[in-house]
Design a binder for this molecule. Structure first.
Ligand SMILES: *Cc1c(COP(=O)(O)O)cnc(C)c1O
Length: 419
């Protein structure tokens, strides 16, 4: 574990703050993120790639809290966004709009217009039809939309199928075999300014080979395009570096990743764009939850907690594993339990068949590695309020998103006249 997280005596601390103290102040469940951790993760990337002209565009969808975005922009990050809503968040955070890249297979005309007006760095265009619409929007505005084509390099990233995005059957990007033709077409368009190539092959990737294979293909394509007179300035290699979810997982360090990528780029004129999300935020965050009840089935023991699949979808959605630690170290004796939430779904678990120290009702548990794809995927299923988010820095902490109120949750609904 990073030095930002440690037990002092029997109490689990994030940096200089006891998690029990935060729980007493904001109630449970809640998400909490470590500023030091996110800063160190970003700095590790920055250092690793310091020999190349590199723009690190934090992938906003991993954790889009405005305070998190501000923290990254203060460190010099750009952003990878996937919606007009995320563009608004970047604006709210005071981020540099000139360092924004815009990905996603379903951008609307309104979103395109807003991004052109904002002066983003470039669009990652994912289909020929999208390219034509963007050209049209550009012309309408009397502007040229800066563009990368997101190519699909047909590479198996060897990760969970839901987060593998760079093989032929995936909905993402333009097949690399067709890309050259589409680029030539794009280069003639009045509303388009071709400046980059992009790919993103998936997420939670441990094996670096697929990255190398993808980058080789991108550079070859870029070289061919430059020969054709097309002005490729940036190569955006996406995000996807994996993190440890189990304490003994050994994901590649950004410096190993940087070494193999920079080797491919050596002597090439292109600037590099990266879009990391999970590897910047994933391990910075925890979900803190309280034990409500213990229940003994005939086959299994259940620890029923106040956080549920609506708060943390990953176990139900990806069958993902998250370490769970007690916030106050208590019993030495252990038992095998399922940690489950109050929701009426059998998929509502945070851990299954997990050996944990014995807990009692009222105890607090920390669900680790939930800083990315945690809060952002939460919902109101079962009419549950979305939980607060807290940021810790040194011995300070601050609520960066309040717990939703029932009014906020119910007020959008209206009774029709005909009832
Ligand atoms: C989700 C996503 C990322 C970030 O992926 P991580 O695995 O979180 O690093 C980057 N680029 C695109 C286009 C994405 O969709």
């Amino acid at each position: 574990m990073h030095s930002s997280f440690q037990y002092k005596g029997s109490e689990f601390y994030m940096e200089g703050v006891s998690l029990t103290e935060i729980a007493e102040s904001v109630g449970t469940p809640f998400y909490v993120y470590s500023y030091e951790f996110l800063r160190d993760s970003f700095t590790a990337y920055k250092k690793a790639f310091s020999e190349m002209d590199t723009l690190i565009c934090y992938s906003v969808k991993a954790n889009s809290n405005i305070a998190v975005l501000k923290a990254f922009s203060d460190l010099g990050a750009g952003y990878d966004i996937v919606s007009g809503g995320e563009l608004l968040r970047v604006k709210r955070a005071g981020g540099d709009l000139g360092k924004v890249v815009f990905s996603g297979v379903g951008k609307t005309r309104e979103e395109m217009k807003a991004a052109i007006e904002a002066g983003i760095l470039f669009f990652n265009v994912e289909s020929e039809e999208e390219l034509h619409v963007l050209d049209d929007v550009g012309k309408e505005m009397g502007r040229k939309a800066p563009v990368a084509l997101r190519v699909n390099p047909d590479i198996n990233a060897k990760t969970h199928p839901y987060i593998s995005t760079g093989f032929k059957k995936s909905k993402f990007g333009i097949e690399i075999g067709r890309a050259f033709e589409v680029y030539k077409e794009a280069n003639k368009m009045e509303g388009i300014d071709v400046i980059a190539i992009d790919a993103h092959i998936g997420s939670q990737i441990f094996d670096l080979t697929p990255f190398v294979d993808s980058v080789k293909k991108l550079i070859t394509l870029a070289d061919d395009l430059v020969k054709e007179g097309i002005n490729i300035q940036y190569i955006d290699i996406g995000g996807g570096l994996g993190i440890s979810y189990k304490l003994d997982d050994k994901p590649p360090h950004p410096s190993m990743y940087a070494d193999i990528i920079m080797k491919e780029f050596s002597g090439k004129p292109y600037k590099l764009v990266l879009e990391p999300g999970r590897s910047l935020m994933g391990n910075s965050g925890m979900l803190i939850t309280k034990v409500l009840y213990l229940k003994e089935g005939t086959e299994k023991k259940f620890v029923i907690v106040d956080a549920a699949m609506n708060d943390l979808l990953r176990p139900a959605f990806y069958e993902s594993y998250h370490e769970i630690l007690p916030v106050v170290k208590g019993s030495q004796s252990k038992e095998v339990v399922d940690v489950v939430g109050p929701i009426c779904e059998s998929g509502d678990f945070l851990a299954q068949d997990r050996e944990l120290p014995k807990v009692a009702s009222g105890d607090l548990l920390a669900v680790l590695s939930t800083g990315a794809y945690g809060f952002v995927m939460s919902s109101n299923y079962n009419t549950r309020q979305r939980v607060p988010e807290v940021l810790v820095k040194g011995d300070q902490f601050s609520v960066i998103r309040k717990r939703e109120t029932y009014d906020e949750l119910l007020n959008l609904e209206e009774l029709p006249d005909f009832l």
